[in-house]
Design a protein around this ligand. Structure first.
Ligand code: ZN
Length: 141
């Protein structure tokens, strides 16, 4: 996981062994979600995500590959989703939770200054955590 904590809600890490909610999503949500995905790297920078865990292949069809993740803030919660979430929705009928849909519709887009400001508290939280982990790996840092 790229971010951990009570504030993090992971969305859209699907696997065939686990059932998931299916249903229609609105065109408005889908097009906004695609904008978040298009700006994954800005989102990752704004949220201090650090290094990613590597490629992730779609376990359902083996036809899609993703590496990046993005975050959608909603007050003091942060929804974190992989870029593959769009593939899951379009190809596998995934219907993400209403709270996530609302956060994506409400949050500023990652390529805006407003997003930087909204996500700043998360940036600090994630930076502190990564620094703590690094100190454990390399004492004296
Ligand atoms: Zn697939």
């Amino acid at each position: 996981m790229v971010a951990v904590g009570d504030h993090v809600r992971a969305i859209g890490w699907l696997h065939p062994d686990h059932p998931y909610t299916k249903g229609e999503v609105s065109a408005e949500f889908l097009s906004r979600l695609k904008e978040f995905v298009a700006h994954c790297s800005q989102s990752a920078n704004a949220l201090y995500f650090g290094a990613f865990g590597g490629f992730h292949t779609c376990e359902f069809c083996d036809k899609a590959l993703g590496i990046a993740n993005f975050g959608a803030p909603s007050d003091d919660l942060l929804f974190v989703a992989p870029e593959m979430v769009v593939h899951y929705i379009q190809q596998h009928g995934y219907c993400p939770p209403a709270e996530f849909v609302a956060a994506v519709l409400k949050s500023p887009l990652p390529n805006t200054e407003e997003y930087q400001l909204t996500t700043e508290p998360f940036w600090h939280m994630h930076k502190k955590r990564i620094e703590r982990l690094l100190r454990r790996v390399e004492p004296g840092r």
